[in-house]
Design a protein around this ligand. Sequence first.
Ligand SMILES: [Zn+2]
Length: 191
Amino acid sequence: MASPYAIRILGDPVLRQRASDVTDIDGRLAALCQDMYLTMYEAQGAGLAAPQVGIQKRFMVYDLGAGDGPQVLINPVITESAGECEFYEGCLSLPGLRFDILRPSSVNVTGLNLEEQEVEFEADDFLGRLMQHELDHLNGVLLIDHLDEDQQRAAKKSLRKLSMGSSAAVDGIDAELGLSSRPKFGLFRSR
Ligand SMILES: [Zn+2]
């Protein structure tokens, strides 16, 4: 079955906006989640946040591939985090790119499920990383915002290659990476 959604790619403004809380957990939301499962599986992803399919609401779907099937987490919040580790992270909205990203190694997460029940769990390893990554999406934050200077240069190169022939896309990349590098470099760059 064809995926009901096209996954939004870097440069799409919807990926940069803060999503708003889900207020109605109803059949419509459940149906959206079903569609997002299909989209996620077709893209061979482990997680998908609503803004990645153009929905500005705070929820995500995920499947760790451990046989539990697809899960939904609504209005998720990280209440605690501990430790630090590097993880080779990718993103369906940045196709073809992966980077070693440093983040807390474990997080405590709360949220709601589709039955409107509160859930709370500790997430480490892959789940911990997935939660932090998808929560970033709900806040308009992307993987590239976590890159160091060298990684940004590599990302720029790869993105240019991926979008060769489209000057609009290249401008978009400059804008995106400029945006994330601004706090680090200030107005003048020495190289
Ligand atoms: Zn992502």
